[in-house]
Write a protein that binds this ligand. Structure first.
Ligand SMILES: Nc1ncnc2c1ncn2[C@@H]1O[C@H](COP(=O)(O)OP(=O)(O)OP(=O)(O)O)[C@@H](O)[C@H]1O
Ligand SMILES: [Mg+2]
Length: 305
């Protein structure tokens, strides 16, 4: 559906994107992560043809992105940029209507779609507001609504969760889920790793222009998080108990926080041995659970490489 092959983009002496290759499948929600200045926005600008690569090829559906087919690409893609470029002097309705016209949508269809989108983003009561009177979050919702006006099959969103309240983040998350259910393909960048972990099936991490990882969210989390269990003890741990647990040959480390223990196992299959060891030594616990790890820890490990 979307493919980058050995893509490089340089700005004078800065190589913003360095020989990057990855692909995104139809219906995927794909997270494109990396620290500030890593090359995420540059990649996205390349994807939608706003920039041309110095080297490599980009494919959107059946099109190889080049200067000549930008019109075809724009029909397929809806996008959101850090600075969405809304027409400040137009009303909310007219902003959407104007974009609908650009994409050649009939007046009747435009009216129908705009009403649905305003409803989806709870902007109905601001339909006739001039855009410079909108709050930042409303503007953000309008920009996302606008990306959907031509019912594109690919959505590319740069920082969709940035600077908005938790309710709006939830609305956008639900919209993204619904779009994926309709087989739309979604790429998003974000520094909200918890949100990304919740919604993205696959993830790529770019650091200083180079792609460091590209895999399913699950694989990335398990690759970079050591197997670990959390144990809630009935009583505080005595010094002897602590020494005893540390002497178990199947554990590789332990963090002791009052009556809560984080125990790193050499293999997650050793959880049975741990339970038996605790019972045998009369160390009473009220809860024990696997900690599958999180994207934030994995991301921190990747971004340091
Ligand atoms: N038009 C430009 N001219 C010169 N350098 C640029 C230009 N656009 C981006 N860069 C440089 O390319 C690198 C990657 O920038 P980019 O905006 O792609 O990063 P990013 O991953 O989106 O970062 P952030 O998380 O801060 O948004 C940076 O070093 C940036 O300064
Ligand atoms: Mg950026």
């Amino acid at each position: 559906m979307i493919k980058l092959v050995n893509v490089t983009k340089k700005f004078r002496n800065i190589t913003a994107v360095n020989n990057v290759t990855f692909s995104v499948n139809k219906g995927d929600i794909f997270g494109y992560l990396g620290p500030n200045g890593a090359g995420k926005t540059t990649t996205i600008r390349l994807l939608v043809g706003l920039l041309m690569p110095n080297k490599g090829d980009i494919f959107i559906k059946d099109h190889r992105v080049n200067k000549k087919n930008l019109k075809d690409i724009k029909k397929e893609v809806g996008f959101l940029f850090e600075n969405p470029g809304i027409y400040e002097q137009l009303t909310v309705y007219d902003n959407l209507d104007y974009f609908g016209q650009i994409y050649g949508i009939t007046k009747k269809k435009r009216r129908y779609r705009i009403d649905r989108l305003l409803e989806l983003f709870t902007l109905q009561d601001r339909k006739n507001s001039i855009c410079y009177t909108l709050s930042k979050g409303m503007r953000h919702k309008l920009a996302i609504a606008r990306s959907l006006i031509h019912d594109p099959s690919i959505l590319i969103y740069d920082e969709p969760f940035s600077g908005i309240d938790p309710e709006t983040q939830e609305t956008i998350r639900n919209v993204i889920f619904d779009l994926a259910k309709k087989d739309k393909t979604i790429i998003l960048t974000s520094h909200h790793l918890y949100k990304i972990q919740q919604i993205c099936r696959r993830i790529a991490v770019i650091v200083r222009g180079r792609l460091k990882e590209c895999d399913t969210t699950e694989n990335i989390i398990s690759k970079y998080n050591k197997p670990c269990v959390e144990v809630v003890l009935q009583n505080f741990l005595t010094v002897e108990d602590k020494k005893l647990i540390q002497s178990f040959d199947f554990i590789s480390g332990m963090i002791d926080d009052s009556n809560k223990l984080k125990i790193y196992l050499k293999s997650i299959n050793d959880i049975d041995k741990l339970i038996k060891g605790l019972i045998k030594n009369r160390i009473k616990f009220v809860e024990i659970k696997k900690n599958v790890g999180n994207l934030e820890d994995a991301y921190m490990s990747i971004s340091k490489t």
